[in-house]
Design a protein around this ligand. Structure first.
Ligand code: PGA
Length: 263
């Protein structure tokens, strides 16, 4: 894993947007996996600015979102589909028929999940998957104990996740108890992974998933087994890392490192 520590949320957003933009420029028909939550909002804003001011072109990009609350219709204002339109899709030149978000109000979640996996395959697989991380270590809604081999399916939300996400709803009871989420295995199939995290509240889990043992109890630790995972953190989220000096040395000497390891 490449660990990039940035000073604050603004810098984290800029760095992650630059990484995504680099991939979009490299491959115009990129297959991009997307995440929701507070963390990527700044990144999406930067990408929208790059589209408006620099002509960054999303017209051929296909996107697949990680997850959606089970039971919420796509136009429900707490749905992740709605979130994506409000925070990203409507601000750039994406093509609506190339945007995929799991359908929360499907009649048959099992069949839908199989279809979603097939769509990802048909698109040629995910080139770059963007991830946030929950305080329980989840990626997507892969809550503690999710198999590293799991594929898109319905998952019951962990208590902490329900509490953390209650801020978006009127009452905690309104938070759906289930979601459709890509599995850890689906995420791990992406060619490149970019995980972003910000704030003190993520410091413990960032230390655990970057420097702790691999365990399905913290599903983000699966990224330790991926051969191209970049983690962009702000100072607060990086606050618990023991080897931060080493990560910073690698970051500041990137030209030397890249020459040596041939990336
Ligand atoms: P957040 O959510 O970006 O709102 O902190 C991250 C997540 O739960 O994956």
């Amino acid at each position: 894993m490449e660990i990039i520590i940035t000073p604050d949320y603004e810098a984290m957003s800029r760095t992650s947007a630059e990484i995504i933009a680099r991939e979009v420029k490299r491959k115009h028909d990129l297959v991009l996996g997307l995440a929701t939550g507070d963390t990527p909002i700044g990144t999406y804003k930067k990408l929208a600015r790059m589209y408006k001011e620099e002509g960054l072109d999303f017209s051929k990009v296909t996107t697949f979102n990680l997850d959606e609350y089970l039971g919420l219709a796509p136009l429900h204002e707490n749905s992740y589909n709605y979130f994506m339109w409000e925070n990203f899709f409507k601000h750039v030149n994406v093509s609506a028929h190339r945007l995929f978000v799991p359908q929360g109000n499907t009649d048959d979640p099992e069949e839908f999940s199989e279809w979603y996996e097939k769509k990802i395959q048909e698109a040629g697989g995910i080139d770059l998957q963007v991830l946030g991380i929950g305080r329980d270590g989840h990626i997507g809604f892969n809550e503690p104990g999710s198999s590293f081999a799991s594929r898109t399916r319905v998952k019951a939300l962990y208590e902490q996740t329900i509490k953390d996400n209650a801020r978006f709803f009127e009452r905690e009871e309104d938070v759906p108890r289930f979601a459709i989420t890509m599995g850890v295995g689906t995420i791990m199939d992406a060619r490149k992974i970019l995980l972003i995290a910000s704030g003190k509240g993520k410091a413990d889990v960032c230390r655990e998933f970057i420097e702790g043992p691999v365990t399905s109890q913290i599903t983000a630790t699966a990224l330790q087994l991926h051969n191209y995972a970049i983690v962009v953190l702000d100072e607060e989220a990086a606050g618990g890392l023991e080897r931060r000096q080493y990560y910073n040395w690698v970051r500041d000497n990137k030209h030397v490192v890249e020459k040596r390891i041939g990336r």
